[in-house]
Design a protein around this ligand. Structure first.
Ligand code: FES
Length: 106
């Protein structure tokens, strides 16, 4: 069992099976998270800022490496649809990808 704590969603905790993508865990826990391309690695709107536990996310996928090389994915950022969760981590929703119908916290 792994856990993601979403700091700016009132520290909501989502849990699930190790090895699942972060986006899958978020959806399994009914967390609304932007994912414009449907999780195919083509949009970056599923971006999350990793504030702790970066080692609990699998290595960057080829897709993420490409975005990183193009400066479209910062050093603390991962794509939720690509990153496989293998442990516990803390993330934040980036300002630019907050959903308008949700209330976020600090
Ligand atoms: S949902 Fe589009 S890149 Fe992840």
């Amino acid at each position: 069992m792994v856990k993601i704590v979403i700091e700016n969603m009132a520290r909501k905790e989502v849990t699930g099976k190790a090895g699942s993508s972060a986006l899958r865990l978020l959806h399994e826990n009914l967390v609304d998270w932007m994912h414009a391309c449907g999780g195919k690695g083509r949009c970056t709107t599923c971006k999350m800022i990793v504030v702790a536990g970066a080692e609990a996310l699998g290595p960057l996928t080829d897709t993420e490496q490409r975005y990183r090389a193009n400066s479209e994915l910062g050093v603390k950022e991962r794509l939720a649809c690509q990153a496989k969760v293998t442990g516990n981590c803390h993330v934040r929703v980036p300002e630019e990808y907050k959903l308008p119908h949700l209330n976020y916290t600090e």
